[in-house]
Design a binder for this molecule. Structure first.
Ligand code: RI2
Length: 327
């Protein structure tokens, strides 16, 4: 991350730190927090000219943008708020930015609710749903189903390395859903008992590829082989407009200590040297599931076969996007 700009308010820096450290995580939650941080920057800015105000907001957006590279909901949120920053005076700029950020947050919550209702139409009484990681969009589908009085069971993959499946299990137990927690390695065996695989997304590419927590692609391939439909719950803020022009989605590589502690490393290498050259640890946070393994992408605008998602992407984002924080 770049050195802190003195005009950037502490709330922006702390939100950026929290996103980078995954204290704030999940693509929708990150977008919500980023919009809120820009609103705080606007509210507390001491800028004395419109040009200075705009510069400060762009700097704050860049600080947030540089935290994690894969979930497109983050740049989509930042772009949305910066585009809503209009006016000829500092007061007008401040008000328009705050209003736009608040509208964005409201729309985000509504979109998730609407998506949940659409996703719930796929689920029937007694169905068993296998989940991966923790996705608020995916859980919204389950919540809407349960609100109808429909009963569900869940097979929850623990989702190494950070075991975010535990967050899903906790939420589902709060809703009274019977949960079977399994190690990731056991997923294929338990697919025989599952009626659906339901996952979220960090980004959706123009060809319908789904970028989601590492392990999603292997799960989807196994599910296809077992005949279990794979459903991706993803608000349209997860659509990655740059992929329309051939850009690929950067996969975040995280710290090796999420996989291997210093003690475990020492036990393998027989030395305390943390840079022992012969042992490399790779820790990609996400992988790419090709569209042929995905049955449906559920958004707040309806359910789509992955191959047709580009139509929605064009409608919502038009043609190529810019990064206003680079201006
Ligand atoms: P919602 C998460 O990424 C998971 O990969 C999850 O499937 C995705 O974001 C979407 O989450 P991470 O931030 O937006 O935990 O559906 O690395 O909550």
């Amino acid at each position: 991350m770049a050195d802190a700009d003195p005009s950037t308010v502490p709330a922006v820096e702390s939100t950026a730190d929290d996103i980078a450290a995954m204290r704030i995580r999940g693509a929708a939650t990150i977008a919500d927090a980023a919009a809120a941080a820009l609103a705080t920057q606007a509210e507390r800015s001491a800028a004395e000219s419109p040009a200075e105000f705009r510069r400060q907001l762009r700097t704050a957006a860049r600080t947030l943008y540089e935290t994690r590279p894969t979930a497109v909901s983050l740049p989509n949120a930042l772009r949305y708020v910066l585009r809503g920053m209009t006016g000829d005076t500092v007061a007008d700029l401040r008000e328009s930015t705050i209003t736009c950020a608040e509208a964005f947050q409201r729309d985000l919550a509504q979109a998730q609710d609407r998506l949940g209702e659409i996703g719930a139409n796929r689920l029937r009484d007694g169905d068993v749903v296998m989940t991966h990681c923790h996705s608020t969009d995916a859980l919204s589908c389950l919540e809407a189903t349960l609100e109808d009085g429909t009963e569900l069971e869940a097979i929850v993959k623990e989702t190494r390395p950070r075991k975010q499946g535990h967050i899903t299990a906790r939420q589902l137990r709060e809703w009274g859903v019977p949960v079977t927690l399994i190690a990731d390695n056991a997923a294929r065996r338990y697919l025989d008992r599952a009626d659906h695989v339901l996952v979220g997304a960090d980004s959706i590419a123009a060809d319908g590829s789904v970028i989601n927590k590492i392990g999603t692609s292997g799960l989807a391939v196994n599910a296809r082989e077992r005949g279990v439909p794979v459903v991706v719950a993803a608000q349209t803020i997860k659509l990655h407009p740059d992929t329309m022009t051939g850009h690929t989605v950067e996969i975040e590589m995280r710290d090796e200590t999420e996989i291997l502690s210093d003690e475990e490393r020492a036990a393998i290498t027989g030395t305390d040297a943390s840079d022992e050259a012969g042992l490399t640890v790779e820790n990609p946070a996400f992988d790419v599931t090709p569209p042929r393994y995905v049955d449906a992408i559920v958004t707040e605008r309806g359910q789509f076969p992955p191959e047709s998602i580009v139509t929605l992407m064009r409608e919502l984002f038009g043609e190529p996007t810019d990064n206003p924080w680079d201006a």
